[in-house]
Design a protein around this ligand. Structure first.
Ligand SMILES: [Zn+2]
Length: 352
């Protein structure tokens, strides 16, 4: 029996894979367009939604899915806009009891109107810090390098990551087209990251096979894997990931929308969980995939038969897999376990 969204809503959650430029509100986009005098390809909520919200039918590939970002990025070229969307993202998290979010973005994509990388970082940090103060949601930033831009830009972004370590940034990521741009091209950037004792994650095994995951693990020495839906194709690598407790950042809706999997029922999440892998549930893009962590958990229950107890385990995996320092992580995990126990007790009392 599926677990209702109502039951899932109060549970404490994390969102470890969430792109800032894929997680704006439609209303905010329209207001920003008016303020900035930007001509969007649509000017009312429904038509704009039809262009930027992707689903299995209106989107046939990752490349098509990424088209939505060309529109959102038109609006994210000012400090004010970056601060606002970062702030609103934390408000959206608070509404569904996401206690901790790792927000990722690639500062280089926000330089089209002349903003400097440090101004972009400071604007996002300001929005997140204000959001934490007002809504109580904790956060960390992951800076993304982009495979198809250039390895030199990735090195610059890695250096930015080093400069902002302990100032809001908790990790580095590599996103973009896997097949044409192998991870090992970005080795130098990841060397800078690892050499400075910074966490990293890599989008791998989403649109390309296990060899991409192999490179992420053994060349870039990633600490987590984004998506990894194709990890199941290589049992040896799967066992390595399992034995080393390398967390997978699973984003069900996004994987269906980009056709990384044919449908929810065929997503490997159920197999990974049963096999023992450390799987976490995340949104990827709250706007583009029209989702929340609560909705993703509900879909896991509906299509892959996750029980409430299993969902709680997924949430615990999330708290265990954050890029927070160990002592902060343990504190937050214990608070989450306590909250989950309280919620269960309430339910038992209700039944009595
Ligand atoms: Zn992603």
């Amino acid at each position: 029996m599926e677990v209702s969204q109502e039951l899932l809503l109060p549970l404490p959650k994390t969102d470890l894979h969430c792109h800032l430029d894929g997680s704006l509100r439609i209303e905010t986009m329209l207001e920003l367009a008016e303020e900035q005098k930007v001509n969007l390809p649509a000017n009312d909520p429904d038509s704009l939604r039809a262009l930027v919200v992707k689903n299995q039918d209106n989107c046939k590939s990752l490349e098509e899915y990424l088209k939505a970002f060309e529109i959102t990025l038109m609006l994210l070229q000012t400090r004010e806009a970056l601060t606002r969307v970062a702030y609103e993202l934390l408000e959206d998290c608070a509404k569904e009891n996401v206690w901790y979010i790792e927000v990722r973005f690639s500062p280089i994509l926000h330089t089209k109107k002349g903003l400097k990388l440090i101004h972009i970082m400071d604007a996002v940090i300001e929005g997140l810090a204000r959001g934490e103060k007002d809504f109580g949601v904790k956060w960390g930033i992951i800076i993304s390098g982009i495979r198809e831009i250039s390895p030199d830009i990735s090195v610059r972004l890695a250096e930015l990551c080093v400069a902002y370590k302990n100032r809001g940034v908790v990790g580095f990521d590599l996103a973009g087209s896997e097949e044409a741009h192998p991870a090992k091209e970005h080795l130098k950037a990841f060397y800078t990251i690892i050499n400075n004792n910074i966490n990293c994650t890599v989008h791998a095994g989403e649109s390309f096979g296990p060899e991409s995951i192999h490179q992420a693990l053994h060349y870039l020495r990633t600490h987590r894997l984004g998506h990894a839906v194709r990890l199941k194709e290589n049992g040896d690598l799967l066992n390595y990931v399992n034995d080393h407790r390398i967390p997978l950042e699973i984003c069900l809706s996004s994987n269906v929308h980009t056709h990384a999997v044919p449908d929810y029922e065929h997503h490997p999440l159920r197999f990974y969980y049963d096999y023992g892998l450390r799987v976490t549930i995340n949104t990827d893009n709250r706007l583009v995939s029209d989702t929340t962590v609560t909705k993703e958990l509900y879909l896991a229950s509906k299509h892959l038969n996750f029980t409430l107890d299993e969902i709680k385990n997924l949430l615990i995996f999330g708290f265990k897999s954050t890029f927070l320092p160990y002592h902060h992580k343990v504190k937050m995990l214990n608070a989450a376990l306590k909250k989950m126990a309280e919620i269960s007790e309430t339910k038992t009392e209700d039944r009595l």
